[in-house]
Design a protein around this ligand. Sequence first.
Ligand SMILES: Cc1cc2nc3c(=O)[nH]c(=O)nc-3n(C[C@H](O)[C@H](O)[C@H](O)COP(=O)(O)OP(=O)(O)OC[C@H]3O[C@@H](n4cnc5c(N)ncnc54)[C@H](O)[C@@H]3O)c2cc1C
Length: 408
Amino acid sequence: MYDAIVVGARCAGSPTALLLARKGYKVLLLDRGNFPSDMPFSNHYVHQTGSARLKRWGLLEKLAATGCPPITTNHWDYGAFTLTGSPVPAEGGVTEAFAPRRKVLDPILVDAAVAAGVELRDGFSAQEVLFENDRVAGIRGRQKNGATVMEKARITVGADGMFSMVAKAVKAPEYSTKPALEGSWYAYWSGVKMKGWHLWLRPQRVIFAYNTNDNLALIGVALPARDLSKVRVNLEPHYHQAIQEIAPDLAEDLKKGKREGRFVGGAIPGHVRKPYGPGWALVGDAGYQKDPCTASGITDAFGSAEWLAEAVDAGFSGRQPLEQALAGYEKKRNDTELPYYELTSQLATLEPPAPEIQQLLAALVHNPEQRSRFFGVLAHTVPVPEFFAPENVAKIMQTESMAQSSGR
Ligand SMILES: Cc1cc2nc3c(=O)[nH]c(=O)nc-3n(C[C@H](O)[C@H](O)[C@H](O)COP(=O)(O)OP(=O)(O)OC[C@H]3O[C@@H](n4cnc5c(N)ncnc54)[C@H](O)[C@@H]3O)c2cc1C
């Protein structure tokens, strides 16, 4: 009998297992995959807030030691103007984002969990959730050697990603669902160096680029999800044409570089699920998944792992009734993440910003402090409602109009 079984051992599952084990709990961590392994359809930008969480867990140095280049500057080109700068730092003064390959990041998380005393079983497919008296009691699954086994725990955590078997089995209520809004195709390039997190933002098209491990740059083209299937049949010409039209300097760089590997990508819908019930909890994409355009799934998975581990500990240690602690986990997640979820969904339409938002963005060109706060919104260091509060927007526009009337 375990205290916790965690199904899924990547960005959400391994940190949840690690944090519970560090609090002294007996944890079984399962994944049908093996490590190290890549996640071929996911990009892998980790915001400053995600780096700060890795630092808190003692893992940021390990990540930096893989040669993954730190990213400290954003270059966001809106056509009429470009916003360049750094987000407000994350907790502990962390200024660096990273974009590690998942075959690099995920093993760091898994190894840390094992070092903390977690029992890892990779190559293990959880097939069924076990119920006893309407309460989840554990799982049944197939081990690497083909044997079917049953394992029991006080809590079973679904960290099993967007198609979560645990969420389906417990019929986790879903709210705020969104269709797939944008989709993207990307490839890795050698011989192309980016200076930070680059975005070229145009109506119906976004180009994104940043450096990753192995001296490679990830360069992608996003478009409305409804257009993905049209483009799929003519991928390479479309990719290069979009970059040529929107980011001609980058197109020139690509001519000198070499594409390493095939184009990959796709589009995903959004969901928010109730993340707990009798004997079960959900973390990471299993509980909350948003459009990838704000590159936040990993950062958010780390956050929900921390909040869930705290809640489970509060319940198991008797500091709080478990159900109340888990309700607190859902509230914390929703209070923190739902404004970001709505912003992400709005950006993912790839529609041009409303005229007042265009004016606000243009005003940031000459306002380094507020520009840094705007970048902080995306990096999760400045809450969405705080930046877009009418008083803050009025302050930005007033500063801009004063600068204009004084001839700047
Ligand atoms: C196109 C695209 C681009 C993206 N770009 C970014 C980005 O730049 N930055 C960012 O932060 N996020 C990005 N994301 C989102 C990010 O990939 C996810 O949010 C993140 O992987 C969620 O982590 P997770 O641990 O919850 O789930 P996953 O990483 O999906 O891990 C789930 C694990 O559960 C295991 N599993 C599933 N079912 C079972 C089972 N029955 N038994 C055993 N094991 C099981 C799987 O093998 C897997 O290892 C992107 C996603 C997409 C699709």
